[in-house]
Design a protein around this ligand. Structure first.
Ligand code: SF4
Ligand code: SF4
Length: 305
């Protein structure tokens, strides 16, 4: 039985987390550092680290499951680049995990069978292609339209280049996907010029709230998270322990993704995954719905039925 199919399971986990249990919910596995796009600005492809074997990943997934993770996110590089990706998906499912794959969306979506896809966008149309490759945006749209039955959301990390396209992205992708998700770029030292200032992030969050209120768009970012953009975050409030990061060399890191790269500054962080988790831990229903959507929990959380 997969954990999500046992309805009270997440209530049990929630109570344990509240009592101080620090077991993770999601394992994010960088299964490859290869990518079929090789975008100029991307730090992930071509890293000096060899991809691990199928068996190595099976062991890592088992370890993550033993640690408590029930949700497996496969990313890279581009995970579909691995020839054994179907074996990795099946293994995760056999362990009882719900499997999501983050992809650049250019390979045929029907070829693999994760519980859901997360297609990452750099922006709309040319803005996307300027950061990826010419023709990629069109290919993604074709791919999405070709397989309406495949469960997929699009995710956009907002920055100075694409934040003016919020409405365009929401209106175009709402009818053809299972949801549009917005994130705000963290001002890492090497990308701080591209990240939006906090006041600007707050204005954009308000704009997204207005769009959501119209009910015309399928924006899955929660009101609770969008409203929280106005607040300064604190490390002690962030349930980053819910995330387990597994690097290509199979090293495990539980907690904040920022601190893997540099010292974290919570007061400038609006990373949506952690922001939504914070709100969900506060039992805000719309953030729980966001988790339900992105972790593939379907209708299985008792309090959401
Ligand atoms: S598609 Fe994504 S993972 Fe691949 S090179 Fe571009 S940014 Fe990096
Ligand atoms: S930097 Fe962001 S993700 Fe990291 S601990 Fe702080 S609030 Fe959480």
């Amino acid at each position: 039985m997969r954990p999500g199919q046992f309805k009270p399971y997440y209530i049990y986990r929630y109570l344990r987390w509240k009592l101080g249990d620090k077991r993770p919910l999601s394992a994010v596995a960088k299964v490859t550092s290869e990518c079929n796009l090789k975008c100029d600005h991307c730090p992930w492809w071509g890293r000096d680290v060899e991809d691990n074997t199928t068996e190595g990943w099976f062991e890592a997934f088992q370890k993550a499951r033993d640690m408590g993770a029930t949700h497996l996110i496969l990313e890279g590089g581009e995970p579909t680049n691995r020839e054994d990706i179907d074996d990795l998906i099946s293994y995760g499912k056999d362990l009882g995990m719900l499997v999501m794959m983050i992809t650049n969306g250019i390979k045929d979506l029907k070829k693999h069978d994760p519980d859901s896809y997360w297609i990452s966008l750099e922006g709309f149309g040319k803005t996307h292609d300027e950061n990826r490759k010419e023709g990629v945006f069109e290919r993604i749209v074709e791919n999405i339209k070709q397989y309406p039955q495949v469960n997929k959301i699009v995710g956009v990390t907002l920055n100075k280049r694409n934040s003016h396209q919020v409405e365009k992205i929401a209106s175009f992708f709402s009818p053809i996907t299972d949801g549009v998700w917005f994130n705000f770029m963290y001002p890492y030292q090497d990308s701080k010029n591209l990240a939006l200032p906090l006041t600007e992030q707050n204005n954009i969050a308000k704009r997204i709230i207005e769009l959501k209120k119209k009910n015309e768009y399928n924006i899955i970012s929660s009101y609770s998270y969008l409203n929280s953009i106005a607040n300064k975050r604190k490390k002690e409030d962030c349930p980053s322990f819910l995330t387990l990061l597994i690097d290509t060399d199979l090293t495990f890191h539980q907690g904040c993704t920022v601190e893997q790269i540099e010292e974290c500054r919570c007061e400038v962080c609006n990373l949506a995954c952690y922001g939504e988790l914070t709100e969900a831990m506060g039992l805000n229903i719309d953030s729980l719905k966001f988790l339900k959507k992105t972790t593939g929990l379907d209708d299985r959380l008792l309090w959401l039925n």
